[in-house]
Design a protein around this ligand. Structure first.
Ligand SMILES: Cc1cc2nc3c(=O)[nH]c(=O)nc-3n(C[C@H](O)[C@H](O)[C@H](O)COP(=O)(O)OP(=O)(O)OC[C@H]3O[C@@H](n4cnc5c(N)ncnc54)[C@H](O)[C@@H]3O)c2cc1C
Length: 552
């Protein structure tokens, strides 16, 4: 009888639990063992903030499996509270330290799924007992207990990425006066500045205080001191300042680590050792848009990588194409989502990227309940290839971003997006969905029919006196969002006031970019050449870095 294959998985949450279950499904005769340092296997870390907020009331809902359940359902052995402390690649064994002391476990194939750990910045006082992180069930329990027992009045969240913001929302929901301090110029650093501004505004509107461009220097009970010497009340502090991959074990075993700090794997998720595969947050993977190595510490990629790693550890040859990097996040009654490259990331990578912005109803305006979605598409100039998308709004944000994520995976262009047949009836969308509309704007720019300029660039040009903003909004729209413009000529008066349009480069401004598009065509027809439409209009301009509300 052939000897059973021994598969050992280090780490038993998203990637590890998936890999182990898949391995056993593929080969029921294999002996599959999960080695997990923590107290829980397969728990829902993504749900932790929603237990703190009390949206999820039952703690047990977050614990998706137990060692007994894993054995009964999948036949997988789970060793909890057991840390892998060494890998002997020649002997194909791992050394573990657990409740029964040290042991050695042999493997034929090893899968590393050790995830990452929260980065704790060097802040004086960070070890104090009112300072927490939110990474595991015990972390969540500690925060929940502290709120219940100490009734803190003021929470401080250090770091305005998605986990920090989810925690901040939970604290607001629990009635704590909450401050978020973010080092970079806006919250949600991977997003472009205007979306960071929208998210920051949603938090401020819901009662949180958002401080950007500052760092926390020291903590003492009740008070945090920032780098400018100012103080913030902080009875409870939650640190969420980034994730570092858990690669110490892999490093000490001599496996190759990439420039991003993640563990290097090939397209089959095999490490530099032919008997060791890996999956999840600890990896360096290929960004599917840029083709460059990167880290994407998110649950979706981790689960799918776990499935592929297990398949290949059992002799398969499944390929991992890389991640697009799609995420979605709840900001009180709004949603932000993004996929692919932001405009700033695309430009930083030397890609000739362009971006368009539209602000449109999530369904037609005449059907009750329409809410505005702000949607940005980033694409490659020349080829029109979609590089990324970001969206913010109350409804329908995830739908648009999932369409964009699928489009990126299929290497679609803005021409393809312009032609997409998307589901439409008045309660759900519009005959031209915001995705179609944004693609139309991009097509018009690429063809030269209606050139655009980004709101940030327009602001810089106008402030430097290099171009004149011509505001074509109605007086009513101008009052709602004052912008200092060189000239104001409402669109409906443009035909007979065209002589008042100044000479030189023009940047046309309307509420969201639509009326200014019509104005642009009128001016071009009248012989003007250096005319561009500010994409996203005054709504985008008001979110651009350096914007100062006008006096009109
Ligand atoms: C609060 C929070 C909210 C999140 N929300 C979302 C979300 O909404 N959407 C999303 O896509 N992602 C979200 N994530 C991220 C997502 O949870 C991770 O991307 C995912 O869990 C990564 O899976 P993983 O298996 O690689 O690592 P993990 O889930 O971190 O599991 C790794 C496991 O390995 C164990 N381990 C490490 N070293 C050893 C060792 N030497 N021996 C034994 N065991 C070891 C650890 O104890 C750990 O349990 C969230 C994360 C957190 C913390």
């Amino acid at each position: 009888m052939a000897q059973e294959k021994r598969i050992v998985v280090i780490g038993g949450v998203a990637a590890g639990a998936t890999a182990a279950a898949r391995a056993k499904r593929l080969d029921a005769t294999a002996k599959v063992t999960i080695v997990e340092a923590g107290r829980y296997v397969s728990f829902a870390n993504c749900g932790l903030p929603y237990f703190v907020s009390r949206d999820i009331e039952k703690r047990s809902e977050l614990i998706l499996q137990t060692p007994e359940g894993f054995m009964a359902r999948y036949g997988v052995e789970v060793l909890l509270n057991t840390r892998a402390v060494g890998i002997d690649r020649a002997a194909r064994t791992i050394a573990v330290a657990g409740p029964d002391g040290q042991a050695s476990i042999p493997y034929d194939s090893l899968i590393l799924a050790q995830g990452g750990s929260p980065f704790m910045p060097p802040i004086q006082g960070i070890e104090a007992d009112h300072v927490f992180r939110l990474w595991t069930i015990p972390d969540m329990d500690a925060v929940h207990k502290f709120i219940g027992e100490r009734s803190p009045a003021h929470a401080l969240v250090v770091g305005g990425g998605f986990i920090g913001l989810e925690a901040a929302e939970a604290f607001v929901e629990r009635g704590l006066s909450t401050t978020v301090v973010e080092l970079t110029p806006h919250v949600m650093p991977p997003a472009d500045a205007e979306f960071g501004a929208m998210i920051g505004k949603a938090f401020a509107a819901s009662g949180a205080t958002v401080i950007t461009g500052r760092s926390v220097k020291s903590l003492r009970p009740g008070v945090a001191t920032l780098d400018d010497g100012s103080e913030v009340p902080a009875d409870l502090v939650l640190v969420s300042a980034g994730v570092k991959p858990n690669t110490e074990l892999a490093k000490s075993a001599g496996l190759t680590i990439g420039a991003s700090g993640g563990l290097v794997v090939d397209e089959h998720l095999r490490t530099s050792d032919p008997h060791i595969w890996a999956a999840g947050d600890m990896l360096e993977i290929v960004n599917r848009v840029s083709g460059k190595p990167t880290r994407v510490p998110l649950a979706g990629p981790a689960n799918r990588q776990g499935r592929i790693a297990a398949t290949n550890a059992l002799g398969g040859s499944m390929r991992y194409a890389g991640a697009v990097g799609t995420s979605v996040f709840k900001a009180f009654d709004h949603t932000f989502a993004m996929t692919g490259l932001s405009e700033k990331a695309a430009l930083a990578q030397g890609i000739d990227a362009r971006a368009v912005a539209v602000h449109r109803g999530h369904h037609v305006g005449y059907y009750p309940g329409a809410e505005e979605i702000s949607l940005k598409l980033v694409y490659e100039h020349g080829t029109g290839r979609l590089l990324g998308a970001q969206a913010f709004g109350k409804f329908g944000v995830d739908k648009r971003i999932d369409v964009a994520a699928t489009a990126i995976a299929g290497s679609l262009t803005i021409d393809d997006l312009a032609e997409l047949d998307l589901a439409y009836a008045p309660p759900y969308g519009a005959a031209n969905d915001p995705i179609n509309m944004a693609a139309f704007v991009a097509q018009n720019d690429e063809s030269g029919y209606a050139p655009i300029v980004s709101a940030a660039e327009a602001l810089k040009l106008a402030q430097a006196g290099a171009a004149t903003i011509v505001d074509v909004r109605t007086n009513g729209d101008r009052r709602k969002l004052p912008v200092d413009a060189g000239v104001h000529i409402p669109l409906d008066e443009l035909d007979w006031r065209i002589d008042e349009v100044p000479a030189g480069p023009l940047l046309l401004l309307s509420r969201a970019g639509y009326e200014s598009h019509i104005a642009l065509r009128k001016l071009v027809t009248a012989g003007r050449t250096d005319v561009r439409n500010i994409t996203g209009g005054a709504l985008s301009l008001s979110l651009a870095p350096g914007f100062v509300p006008g006096s009109n």
